[in-house]
Design a protein around this ligand. Structure first.
Ligand code: CTP
Length: 399
C-alpha cells in the first residue's frame, strides 16, 4: 500500500467534470497518510461544492486570493510553504495554459509560482482538445518547468466520446505520488555550499554574496533520492535539510580539509560552494587601524577543492562543479569542465539580481558530450532536475 505518511498534499481543483472524483481523491490521499488541503478555482465550484471537499479533507477550502480571513490564518504564502506536494486534478486545458505561462491572478496559479513543492498535473479534457497543438505545447512547457504530468488515461469520456484525455483514477494518482524513486540509495555524496570567509584581522574578512541555498537544495534533493549526504557548509544562515549530515567551516582551507577527510568511498562530489580563490597572506593579530594613504592587501592562492577531488586517487565516480560567470557562459563552463576534469558542470550568469542570494536560478549544464538548459525556477525543483541529470550521467558511465 502506498504511504504518504507525514506528507502535506495541497490539491488544486479546476473546473472540469472530473472534479466529481476529487472527494474520492481526498479520501484516498488521507487513507495513505497525507494531510490534505484543497484549493478550488471559481470554475471548479460550478462542478462541486466546497462544502463537500471541506467535509472530506477536514479543513476549510481555499478559493480566493484576496481573502482577508484566509490571509490572517493560512494565507497563500503559508499554504505554498506548507505543501510537500501540489496536485492539480483535474487540470483543464485552460488551467494548463495559465500555468504554462505563469499567471498569478487566482489563488491556485499564485500558489504554483510561490511553492517549492513538487507539482503534479492531472489533465482532464475531451480527446480532441487533448490532442490539440496548443495543449500539447503547454504540457511540454509544464514539464520543462519541472512539473510532472499524471496521465491522462484513455477510455469513455463524459462528452460521450472515447479516447485519451480522461483524468487518472484517484488510486492511480495516489500511487504516483507515493512512488519515490531512490536511485542513489546506498551511495554517499559530499556537497559543498555557501561562501568562505578569509580573515584579514579579528573582525574583517574577504567573502562573497553566496547564500548557500543552491548547495543546500542540492544536498536535500540528493538525500531525497536516497543518498547519504555529507554537506560541508561555509558560513550561512540556513537550517540543515532532513537526512543530511552537516559540517560547518569558515575558510577555503578548512573546507578543503573537511572535504578531503570525507572523499574516500564517496560516489559523488558536488562543489556548489563559492570558494574564495585567494586569501590574505597573513591575518593581522589585532584590528587593522586606519592610517593616512592607501592600504595594500597581499593575497595568496587557496587550494582548489574541486580540482583536488577530481585528481584524487580515491576520485568519486561523479565529480560536478558549478561556475558563476559574468559573460561567455558556455565557453567558460566547457573550459572549466575540461581543465578541472569534471563529469558535469552547472553554469549560470551572475550579476545584478541574478543567481547569488536569489530564490530563483537558471542553469546551463554541460558534460563532455551533453547539454541541458534548466529554465529559471526556485532552487528546490532546480536541484531535483540536477539530480536527474546526475542519475543519467552515472547511468551513461555504467555506474
Ligand atoms: N572551487 C573549489 N575550490 C576553489 C575554487 C573553486 O572547489 N578554491 C569550485 C567551486 O565550488 C565551483 C567551481 O570550483 O564548483 C568553479 O569555481 P570558479 O571559481 O568559478 O573556478 P575557477 O577555476 O577559479 O575559475 P575562474 O577563473 O572563473 O575563477
Amino acid at each position: 500500500m502506498t504511504t504518504l505518511a507525514d506528507k502535506n498534499v495541497l490539491l488544486g481543483v479546476t473546473g472540469g467534470i472530473a472534479a466529481y472524483k476529487t472527494p474520492e481523491l481526498v479520501r484516498r490521499l488521507r487513507d495513505a497518510g497525507a494531510s490534505v488541503r484543497v484549493v478550488m478555482t471559481p470554475g471548479a465550484q460550478a462542478f462541486i461544492s466546497p462544502l463537500t471537499l471541506q467535509a472530506v479533507s477536514g479543513h476549510r477550502v481555499h478559493a480566493d486570493l484576496l481573502d482577508a480571513e484566509a490571509e490572517a490564518g493560512m494565507g497563500h504564502i503559508e499554504l505554498a510553504r506548507w505543501a510537500d506536494e501540489l496536485v492539480i486534478a483535474p487540470a483543464t486545458a485552460h488551467a494548463i495554459a495559465r500555468l504554462a505561462h505563469g499567471f498569478a491572478d487566482d489563488l491556485l496559479a499564485t500558489l504554483v509560482l510561490a511553492t517549492e513543492a513538487r507539482i503534479w498535473v492531472a489533465p482532464a479534457m475531451n480527446r480532441v482538445m487533448w490532442a490539440s497543438r496548443p495543449v500539447l505545447d503547454n504540457c511540454q512547457r509544464l514539464q520543462t518547468l519541472g512539473m510532472r504530468l499524471l496521465g491522462p488515461a484513455s477510455g469513455s469520456q463524459a462528452c460521450g466520446e472515447v479516447g485519451e484525455g480522461r483524468m487518472l483514477e484517484p488510486d492511480e494518482i495516489v500511487a504516483a505520488l507515493g512512488d519515490h524513486p531512490r536511485p542513489f540509495l546506498g551511495h554517499r555524496f559530499v556537497v559543498t555550499a555557501g561562501p568562505t570567509h578569509e580573515a584579514l584581522d579579528p573582525v574583517r574578512f574577504l567573502g562573497n554574496r553566496s547564500s548557500g541555498r543552491m548547495g543546500f537544495a542540492v544536498a536535500e534533493a540528493l538525500a531525497a533520492a536516497g543518498a547519504d549526504v555529507d554537506l560541508v557548509a561555509g558560513p550561512v544562515n540556513l537550517t540543515t535539510p532532513p537526512g543530511v549530515t552537516r559540517c560547518d567551516v569558515l575558510t577555503a582551507r578548512d573546507m578543503h580539509r573537511e572535504v578531503m577527510a570525507r572523499i574516500e568511498g564517496a560516489t559523488g562530489f558536488i562543489g556548489v560552494a563559492a570558494v574564495a580563490d585567494y586569501r590574505p597572506d597573513s591575518v593581522a593579530e589585532h584590528k587593522i587601524k586606519k592610517s593616512e594613504g592607501e592600504l595594500a592587501l597581499r593575497l595568496v592562492p587557496n587550494p582548489d577543492i574541486l580540482a583536488d577531488v577530481a585528481r584524487h586517487s580515491a576520485r568519486p565516480a561523479l565529480v560536478m562543479g558549478f561556475a558563476a560567470e559574468t559573460r561567455d557562459l558556455a565557453n567558460a563552463a566547457r573550459d572549466k569542465l575540461a581543465r578541472k576534469q569534471l563529469d558535469l558542470i552547472a553554469a549560470n550568469l551572475v550579476g545584478e539580481g541574478l543567481a547569488f542570494d536569489c530564490a530563483d536560478n537558471a542553469l546551463e549544464v554541460f558534460s563532455a558530450t551533453g547539454h541541458w538548459s534548466l529554465p529559471e525556477q526556485p532552487k528546490a525543483p532546480l536541484a531535483r532536475a540536477l539530480v536527474e541529470i546526475m542519475v543519467d550521467c552515472m547511468a551513461s558511465k555504467g555506474g
